[in-house]
Design a binder for this molecule. Sequence first.
Ligand SMILES: Nc1ncnc2c1ncn2[C@@H]1O[C@H](COP(=O)(O)OP(=O)(O)O)[C@@H](O)[C@H]1O
Ligand SMILES: [Mg+2]
Length: 127
Amino acid sequence: MPQLVLDDVRKRFGAIHLFDGLKLCAEAGEFLAVVGPSGCGKSTLLRLIAGLDPLDGGTITLGKRRIDTLDPAKRGVAMVFQSYALYPQMNVRENIGFPLRIGARFIWRSGSRKATRSRARRHWVTS
Ligand SMILES: Nc1ncnc2c1ncn2[C@@H]1O[C@H](COP(=O)(O)OP(=O)(O)O)[C@@H](O)[C@H]1O
Ligand SMILES: [Mg+2]
């Protein structure tokens, strides 16, 4: 992953000022673990980086690109939820296949690499 920089990040939930000028830098290729007691803001931090929650102030930069102004799909960031976040109406096969199908559509639309397209095509054929 490229360098990730959070600068002066602010996040409020009503009267709670969860982040009030947070600064954080993870260098390119660095493995960073964020630990803390329940409720200290670990999930919110990931949600802000992934774009699932809006910032109340500050900036997030990934590589040379400012990403906090981009839609989640355009950030090149993914997160894994603490709970499995499965779709209850789908069986195991459908739960695994769904993101692959969505990803395949996205890859085709954005005209990404040939090898990735052929992997996605194989999935369509076998699913
Ligand atoms: N959608 C929300 N509405 C109100 N408060 C929230 C919301 N999401 C998180 N919080 C509050 O922000 C704080 C941090 O939550 P969270 O990021 O889930 O903590 P952690 O992942 O470290 O357990 C908690 O006090 C929580 O109650
Ligand atoms: Mg959490």
